[in-house]
Design a protein. Sequence first.
Length: 387
Amino acid sequence: MSEKITFAPISYTGWGALSHLLEEIKRFNAEKILIVTDPFLKDIGLTNQVVNPLQQAGYKTEIYTDVVPEPPLAIGEKLVAYTRDNQFDMVIGVGGGSALDLAKLAGVLATHKGNVADYLNLTGTLQITEKGLPTVLIPTTSGTGSEITNISVLSLETTKDVVTHDNLLADVAIVDPALTISLPPKVTAATGVDALTHAVEAYISKNASPVSDALALQAIRLISNSIRTAVAHGDDKQARIDMSYGSYLAGLAFFNAGVAGVHALAYPLGGQFHLAHGDSNAVLLPYVMGYIRQSCEKRMKDIYDAMGFSSTNLSQEEASYKCVAELKRLVEDVNIPSSLKGFNIPKEALEGLTNDGIEQRRILARSPMPLSKADIYTIYKAAYDGI
Ligand code: NAD
């Protein structure tokens, strides 16, 4: 078997990486730049860390803040229309996955016709053909890996869908952990477990390769080692650095190997109950992994070791059970409710969630254990009860 490996875009990583912004922008000959960010980040002055140097260097900038977490399709349609109407030369996304997903969508669809809905994976009918405007993505959360993937996620009425094409890959990603210091504990926890889930699912994916394995295991090491500190002590520089690298590596891992059952079941939770993406993944992670454990015991033993434990005296089966228990403990330690009940999801919702979960066939296809509708219901039920 062979696979396509993608390591785009050019990336600057590490504390202070933002200082490379201007030298990168120069090569695009842009005059008028659209900055896509969210209103909170503008209010706390974080967006200005990007905008001020651009303005001082003489660039014309426009800050667009009609961005909400888990952006619905309508927000994407509005931004794309605005970008087409206002003739920008390039787009910079500053924020969490929500702002970055919208920025890359705006950059590409600025040079296309039709609605965003026409390009959605499950129901769209149009293909992306053009490269679009140059795009720089600057994450302020350590979670989604959006800065290095070719995916833009949008919330629909009952689930989520994606626009995906290699033209959505940014030209430059700048991953500066200093921009994450202001993340509150709750967002640090949810986005951090999101990144961990990317790495775990990439590692057990049917599309995993030696390349994605290396990325995923290092991401699991960094995140498992530092997430508790990052949540409890947000100003801990080393913990923030580890989380940023962990999220970046996990993004590269899942971009190449794909995600699987946790994400397939998380999308309906986000769509129907507007749970933050990280929370949806976190609450399902131990239950999906517990259910499919038998199909990937060896891989779960490796994950257990990467989480900082030793499986030397354990059988694969024993280590895989312990791995599930440690994943659950980690979610609890960062104060994320470990059951659907804890998120006030009613029991009556489980059937509807199951109906939407089974529709995520492309994602489910990467699960090492095939998941039927009955399996999916059983997993949601276990996650509901918290057992
Ligand atoms: P987010 O972008 O929705 O942000 C969550 C909250 O954190 C917001 O209120 C924001 O204002 C705040 N915030 C962000 N950075 C901050 C900072 N430095 N300090 C203080 N507050 C800050 O959260 P997210 O989890 O990064 O992104 C979620 C979105 O990304 C979802 O729509 C999800 O589906 C999508 N996603 C995309 C990909 C991809 O590959 N494109 C992968 C996974 C998830």
